[in-house]
Design a binder for this molecule. Structure first.
Ligand SMILES: *Cc1c(COP(=O)(O)O)cnc(C)c1O
Length: 304
């Protein structure tokens, strides 16, 4: 069983423009829940690891890119739970390993690389069957960790929020976190997702499938305007925003998910997309391990 290292606190974000617009904004610091299994990955893995243990599995297998927060967290969570782990990594091995994969390896994860074309078939049974032949029985966690048990874990995110609120927002990758928020609120609350991927309208179906079994649902929508060129892409105005947010609030945002969501929220508040009097909870979903990788790839310096 994963235990939280720290209860995620609610941090009020104070800025003159928020007061002027009549908006109360809080950051729920899910990033503080665990030093390595951070943010939403902790929530998503919690019941999956319990299930793997209860069903007697000795190892788990999952998928991710070479800078993946999910791979990093899964390796640490498996290690902490006494499970072996296998990471199926998209693309070719490059040595020396980057800091994400080195950490995974140090936590005992077996790294197995597959081509980008094969990686696209990660949900196909024949591929999973081949992996079973190669590695033996394993508990399968999909890419990004989004499955029914992940939704159950993410439905607990709201439990210790002790202020009334109208909107709760989260960055979106595979949609499991958003699904947990939708499934745990009623229609008085609006759940707002910010896509970290470029595109329009392609995430709703996955989210709908994940919330299918839940009777009660919040209002919800996904905003596709703030991807900054696409997944793991970055622009100077986003870097500047991360620096100013850090110096004003002493909070480090990750470059792939939470910074884009916060930028989006600021932008929407400034352009009066929320009515005065609205209280917004934004989730800091973690992901800070990814900062080194972004600095490496883009030759930039980010707050950390
Ligand atoms: C994985 C991740 C997300 C995306 O979560 P999904 O449930 O896949 O939508 C958001 N933020 C951070 C920091 C993440 O690591």
């Amino acid at each position: 069983m994963l235990t939280p290292h720290q209860v995620p606190v609610l941090q009020q974000i104070r800025e003159p423009f928020l007061t002027k617009k009549g908006i109360s904004l809080y950051l729920k610091r899910e990033d503080l829940i665990h030093p390595w299994i951070s943010g939403n990955k902790w929530r998503k893995l919690k019941y999956n690891l319990l299930e793997a243990k209860n069903r007697g599995y000795e190892q788990l297998l999952t998928f991710g890119g070479s800078y993946s927060n999910h791979i990093y967290a899964s390796a640490a969570a498996a290690h902490e739970s006494g499970l072996e782990s296998i990471g199926i990594i998209r693309g070719e091995e490059t040595l020396p390993l980057n800091s994400t994969l080195q950490f995974a390896k140090d936590n005992g994860m077996k790294l197995h690389y597959i081509s980008r074309s094969k990686y696209r078939d990660k949900k196909e049974l024949w591929l999973i069957d081949n992996l079973r032949k190669q590695f033996g029985e394993f508990y399968l966690i999909p890419e990004g960790g989004s499955n029914a048990l992940a939704v159950k874990g993410c439905a607990e995110i709201k439990t210790d929020i002790n202020v009334p609120y109208d909107v709760i927002s989260s960055p979106v990758g595979t949609g499991g976190t958003l699904a947990g928020l939708i499934a745990s609120h009623d229609n008085k609350v609006c759940v707002l997702g910010f896509s970290a991927l470029k595109g329009d309208g392609f995430l709703e179906q996955e989210v709908k499938e994940l919330i299918n079994d839940y009777p009660k649902k919040s209002q919800w929508s996904i905003d596709y305007r703030y991807h900054f060129g696409g997944y793991a892409k970055i622009k100077p105005e986003l870097i500047a925003f991360m620096h100013s947010f850090h110096s004003t609030h002493q909070v480090v945002l990750d470059p792939i998910y939470t910074s884009k969501m916060m930028y989006g929220l600021y932008d929407m508040i400034r352009s009066d997309e929320f009515i005065p009097g609205t209280t917004i909870i934004a989730l800091h979903t973690g992901g800070l391990q990814g900062i080194n990788g972004m600095e490496e790839r883009h030759g930039i310096k980010l707050p950390k």
